[in-house]
Write a protein that binds this ligand. Structure first.
Ligand code: TXA
Ligand code: MG
Length: 347
């Protein structure tokens, strides 16, 4: 299949959005930027189109898709909402929060893999928002990567994975946040985080005090049998390079990597630390140490870079589990296949 690639702002945006919306309404696949990562979208009301999404990504058949709406108020057409959802929508939508709700019949079984719930999200990115609004149907969209690869945060990543597999790619520059949305399920009296993201536990606690983190978030090895969110059980976010997640402070991390790293290994490093690594190592920047948002923004691109540079192994410092770092930890613990290395302290 020939994939149309259009860069937003490079010509006739109106025509590009019209074309993309028409493709989606006719059951075709279109990739687009959001404020989290790029999505691979189809009409959420078209079961056949949803099956095409699973095929294009090689996605496991039991991992449901998120339904993206243009306005939070549209949610009740597709799902049963409640007062807690309304509060979350008021505070965090549009934005990087996905809420799992009981679904209504209008959402085909193919979108939700036969389950009785649907995950709903209202993106804040202007390109995503305009596309969904012009489609006049909600868009079912997983991240626009081949299954098992890190999620795409640039159009180049999407082109590398999806060229020839989708009808159109809208290039809207870098995704803003860089990690996928926070996914939550609602309890009678609280919230369970199934996947951490830019909307942190601390932020959710401003809406209700009872915010739990599903055990699978920090310990994927605890996930067996039926799970709250099928995405938890797959080896996600994995580059070809073996990811060595090191539990050490900055100085001990640098020492450990310099001691154990050999030619062909890479290190994900804060910009300020780049000069302190031995020259034989491949150094990949993850931004400034002072701003965890940099690391979120850079992480997936850095993991892809490690593969482009043919790193055999790549060392990464373990994030904490506080604030937005819980999202980083959640992606990295999967990428490292649940292994954490604790070096002996030398200082
Ligand atoms: O930021 C995002 O959420 C991006 C952009 C494109 O919106 N989308 C994304 O989709 O990350 P995907 O398919 O890569 O991840 C969706 C996650 C998976 O872990 C899946 O298991 C979970 O959401 N999920 C989807 N529907 C669910 C449901 N009904 N119940 C529980 N978990 C669900
Ligand atoms: Mg994904």
């Amino acid at each position: 299949m020939k994939t149309k690639i259009y860069t937003i702002g490079s010509g006739d945006d109106d025509k590009a959005f019209r074309t993309a919306a028409k493709l989606i309404r006719s059951g075709k696949l279109v990739c687009f930027p959001t404020e989290t990562v790029y999505g691979l979208g189809c009409s959420a009301l078209d079961g056949e189109a949803a099956l095409r999404v699973f095929r294009a990504k090689n996605r496991p058949a039991d991992n449901p898709l998120i339904v993206h709406v243009a306005q939070p108020s549209e949610t009740e057409r597709f799902a049963f909402t409640n007062p807690l959802f309304e509060k979350l929508a008021e505070r965090f939508m549009p934005g990087p929060l996905t809420v799992v709700l009981k679904k209504k019949d209008i959402i085909p079984k193919e979108v939700v893999c036969g389950g009785d719930t649907v995950a709903v999200r209202c993106p804040s990115h202007p390109v995503a928002h305009r596309l969904i609004a012009e489609c006049t149907v909600p868009i079912a969209a997983p991240s626009a990567n081949l299954s098992g690869k890190p999620s795409p945060t640039t159009a180049a990543h999407v082109i590398s994975d999806m060229n020839g597999r989708v009808s159109m790619i809208l290039d809207g520059g870098d995704a803003t946040f860089g990690l996928e949305s926070t996914v939550v399920r609602l309890l009678d009296d609280g919230i369970v985080i199934l996947r951490p993201g830019a909307v942190t536990r601390e932020m959710l606690m401003e809406v209700t005090e009872n915010v739990k983190v599903d055990p699978g978030v920090t310990d994927p090895s605890s996930v067996h049998g039926p799970v709250a969110s099928p995405g938890m059980k797959y080896r996600h976010y994995a580059p070809e390079a073996k990811v060595i997640l090191v539990d050490a402070d900055r100085e001990n991390f640098r020492d450990y990597v310099n001691r154990c790293g050999v030619f062909g290994d890479g290190v994900l490093s804060f910009v300020e630390d780049l000069p302190f690594y031995r020259p034989c190592l491949t150094k990949i920047s993850i931004g400034r140490s002072s701003d965890k948002k940099d690391e979120c923004h850079e992480l997936f691109a850095a993991l892809r870079r490690a593969d482009e540079l043919k790193c055999a192994r790549v060392f990464v410092m373990k994030p904490s589990e506080k604030g937005v770092e819980l999202a980083l930890f959640n992606r990295l613990i999967r990428a490292s296949e649940c292994k954490i290395t604790t070096p002996e302290k030398t200082t």
